[in-house]
Write a protein that binds this ligand. Structure first.
Ligand SMILES: [Zn+2]
Length: 120
């Protein structure tokens, strides 16, 4: 049985190159995978060009690095709209929670403490 190192040498001699199989997801254009010579942390979406987070999911060998393939369809306009509204709602919730936190009296910040009768 061949060892992995001797197999690797044979592949390299036969024109294969060592690659990282990288995956990225773009909410507008879907999921993409590509064999790259490096494993970058971010890459431009092959469709719209916006920089997205990239993840190396495998190492291997290929004769043709750099070809993108789509593995997941983009979100439908309805799903994308729902996602954006959920993000907006989560941000509103965080802002409201932050506002309430800062409105509470804090002794260590010197907030004025109201008399119970003065609270509306
Ligand atoms: Zn894109």
């Amino acid at each position: 049985m061949q060892s992995f190192t001797s197999l690797e040498l044979e592949l390299l001699k036969s024109g294969y190159v060592r690659i990282a199989y990288v995956e990225l997801y773009c909410p507008r254009d879907g999921g993409w995978r590509c064999a790259t010579l490096e494993a970058p942390l971010t890459m431009g979406c092959p469709h719209c060009g916006l920089v997205r987070r990239a993840t190396a999911i495998a190492l291997g060998f290929t004769r043709s690095p750099g070809q993108w393939e789509r593995w997941e369809s983009p979100l439908s306009p309805h799903a994308l709209s729902f996602l954006h509204s959920s993000i907006d709602e989560a941000e509103r919730f965080r802002n409201e929670r932050k506002r309430r936190y800062h409105e509470r009296p804090h002794f260590n910040r010197g907030s004025k403490i109201l008399e119970a009768s003065a609270i509306p």
